[in-house]
Design a protein around this ligand. Sequence first.
Ligand code: C5P
Length: 465
Amino acid sequence: MASLTVRQLDDALKQQLRLRAARNGRSVEDEVRTILRDAAGDIDMAAEAAAVTAEAKGPATDGRRVLLIIGGGIAAYKSLDLIRRLKERGLSVRCILTKAACEFITPLAAGAIAGEKAFTDLFDPQHEFDVGHIRLAREADLIVVAPATADLMAKMANGLANDLATAVLLATTAKILLAPAMNPRMWSNKATQRNLATLLADGVTLVGPNAGEMAESSERGLGRMAEPLEIAAAALNQFGAKAAQPLLGTKLLITAGPTHEPIDPVRYIANRSSGKQGYAIAIAAAAAGADVTLISGPVNLPKPAGINLVTVETARDMLKAVEAALPADVAIFAAAVADWRVANAGEQKIKKKAGQATPKLALTENPDILATVAHRTTLRPKLVIGFAAETEDLSANAQAKLARKGCDWILANDVSPSTGIMGGDNNTIQLVTPGGIEPWPPQSKDGVAAMLIARIATALTEPTS
Ligand code: C5P
């Protein structure tokens, strides 16, 4: 391999290198190494860009404008790569850096890669005159916040607008994609999770965070920013260009609806469950790429596309269908299974005869499908999730149920008639895990489904200890 020293280069080139190295605070040798490394990277990237472009660029992305808001975290350095990845995919990229982001990367670097000046200041008279925060907000088809720090998320959740980034976020009507990045303890803090729930309920989409090593030595856990390629895929998904499928390769089993327990061939015991929540979860899981088996009691809902639907009537049939659908990575038990069935169900229609005593129905307990699966020693799904429909002492009952049923999470909801949840389109959930209770905001059943699927995708990427 040929060798080359800086000394052998011509004077003009050496001078340029010296200036560049001084500007970047590197030695001339390090500057040369950086240039060569970038150039080598460009070769790979060029090939990859061509493949990506062929795959994803098209009418859905051409000319669409992404406003990338870069928050102040160490992951900001990955945002420079993200700019390139978004541009490779046919998107135009404009950047805003928060004040804290400027501690990690420079607006010059972001602007140079984006091919357009990066914005930083709400009160810069020049910027406000040229473009202004309202125009920045209006001229974006999608806003990507990466890294989304705990502080940015808190400000967004509360509608603060005291700098350019937050003012634009408050002024926009475009979709918002968040790529959170923070220390795992900050991520799991109740305040952050509360803000996250608010943001999700507001319609914000999430990519990551991922589990893994933190920048701080010896820190591991959930909080790493998603990789630029993942964020770019999620951005494309927002334009309908290509679906981000975090559950691709994952098998999900979901129960939904009521069960009908026969009294005789024409009569049955049932409940008011509509099946809407379970079906919404099945649809969201399939959209996330999961292989979904939905085991449904009798409902009045259309068959969702792209899922395996198994219809059953009784709790015992539902248990059989669930066991036949194992193995599964995740099992979600949203069905309102009848706790009892009629022990002495008539083979023929019970007749009302004059002068005869009223028939007595003896009840016997149905199998508990959730508990049966959660307590399995073989083929137990990695994540077993139940629902707790309560009309009183919601939190206490749900916590007790989590332990009794042996499941990993419980989605508890108050189904008192005044809430309209049974049969309605909305739901208010408390997520109960061994770690505690997390109230989710009131939202549509589709919103609950999306939030649950995002949670599951995150949990499946967490390292198992
Ligand atoms: O005990 P309870 O009916 O409140 O428990 C609710 C949870 O248990 C739900 O997830 C429901 O789908 C599940 N369940 C079950 N089989 C039963 C009763 C409840 O899977 N027989």
